[in-house]
Design a protein around this ligand. Structure first.
Ligand SMILES: NC(=O)c1ccc[n+]([C@@H]2O[C@H](COP(=O)([O-])OP(=O)(O)OC[C@H]3O[C@@H](n4cnc5c(N)ncnc54)[C@H](OP(=O)(O)O)[C@@H]3O)[C@@H](O)[C@H]2O)c1
Length: 333
């Protein structure tokens, strides 16, 4: 059936300014790492994307290698753009990135200008787009001069193939250096994407201070610790869960100490009138450095649940201290 976007789609979402830029991002963005590949059911992927847009999620986030097969998540989005969302292109922020292995030979990985420029050209073809809104370098490359990687990103902006530039997985010092180079080139660094959730707080202090000082936005990935910070694994490991299906979330991650913390956090969330997933998202949004929280979802119902986080974003000092206490035994800092 022909898709028409919901009329009230901008009424409930919160839009936050990204750093000191002119761009606003929805408080919740959707990542297409899992569940959007060629191995997944297209109708479900389409349903999640359209539901997201109907709920005011204007930002879809990809990478060259998302699938499996690598590249197929971009193709899925391309298909949905072609059949449903194409006429809404100017209401969408579409992001992609390069930095991990994508193709064989010396030019398909890391951070050379050769790889980055070729990779975005390929991504644009797969999505059927002329430009992406944000293009990221996926991870620092220890062997390529930072100047070369940043000048590749700058080139793509100057060519009109990307509007803004982002960095992912760069530490505080690397971010500072990259930001200075980009600024000199005349292409500001818009946004940084670190792993950040209640269990993994390496970004706090060092990286967040750099982001605040330099006016860079922040979009945490894996805000639910890939599903651990939800009710998904409270009783068992469901057969259709990421832990059962994919290699990225191993059973060994669910230690007894972690399970104990999850049970107590879940109880606390319910006392706040939220699901654990909602509390985990709200907790990130209570950090003023955070522009948008990048969630994943395997169904439209999960996405809806996550959107409910916006109904209660407030925490008392006691609640924040209690969360710190419950997470302490499993904290990555
Ligand atoms: N820059 C990087 O290096 C990097 C690395 C990783 C991820 N990312 C990006 O960040 C995005 C988000 O990461 P992520 O997928 O790990 O995020 P996440 O939000 O921590 O985990 C998403 C998974 O949690 C489960 N889930 C989500 N909502 C739920 C709910 N309400 N109740 C129960 N379970 C729920 C689903 O797992 P099931 O599949 O089990 O249902 C879902 O696939 C990715 O799509 C990707 O775009 C970037």
């Amino acid at each position: 059936m022909r898709y028409t976007a919901a009329k009230g789609r901008y009424q409930e979402m919160i839009y936050n300014r990204c750093g000191i830029s002119g761009l606003k991002l929805p408080a919740i963005s959707l990542g297409l790492w899992h569940n959007f590949g060629s191995v997944d059911v297209f109708d479900n992927a389409r349903k999640i994307l359209l539901h997201a847009f109907d709920k005011g999620i204007t930002h879809f986030y990809l990478a060259n290698n998302y699938g499996p097969e690598p590249g197929s998540a971009e193709e899925t989005l391309g298909r949905v753009l072609q059949q449903d969302l194409g006429s809404y292109r100017d209401e969408l922020v579409i992001s992609s990135k390069a930095g991990f292995y994508m193709w064989d030979g010396p030019y398909g990985d890391f951070g050379s200008k050769k790889y980055i420029v070729a990779s975005l050209n390929q991504s644009l073809k797969r999505m059927g787009l002329d430009y992406v809104d944000i293009f990221y370098h996926h991870r620092p490359d220890p062997h390529t001069p930072l100047e070369e990687t940043m000048s590749a990103l700058d080139l793509l902006v100057k060519q009109g193939k990307a509007l803004y530039i982002g960095l992912s997985n760069y530490n505080a010092e690397q971010t500072q250096k990259a930001e200075s180079i980009l600024r000199e080139l005349g292409t500001p660094c818009l946004i940084h994407q670190p792993r950040y959730n209640m269990f993994d707080r390496w970004v706090e202090n060092c990286l967040t201070t750099v982001l605040d000082k330099r006016g860079i936005g922040c979009i945490p990935f894996s805000p639910l610790a890939q599903g651990l910070l939800t009710d998904r694994y409270l009783k068992e490991i469901p057969a259709n869960s990421r832990m059962a299906k994919a290699n990225f979330l191993k059973e060994s991650a669910l230690t007894e100490v972690k399970r104990h913390a999850i049970i107590n956090l879940d109880k606390m969330a319910r006392e706040r009138g939220q699901s654990l997933a909602q509390m985990a998202i709200a907790w990130l949004l209570s950090n003023k450095t955070v522009t948008s929280v990048l969630v994943g979802a395997s169904s439209a119902a999960q996405l809806d649940n996550n959107l409910g986080a916006l109904d209660n974003l407030e925490f008392t000092r006691e609640e924040l201290a209690k969360i710190d206490d419950l997470c302490k035994p499993v904290l990555v800092a």
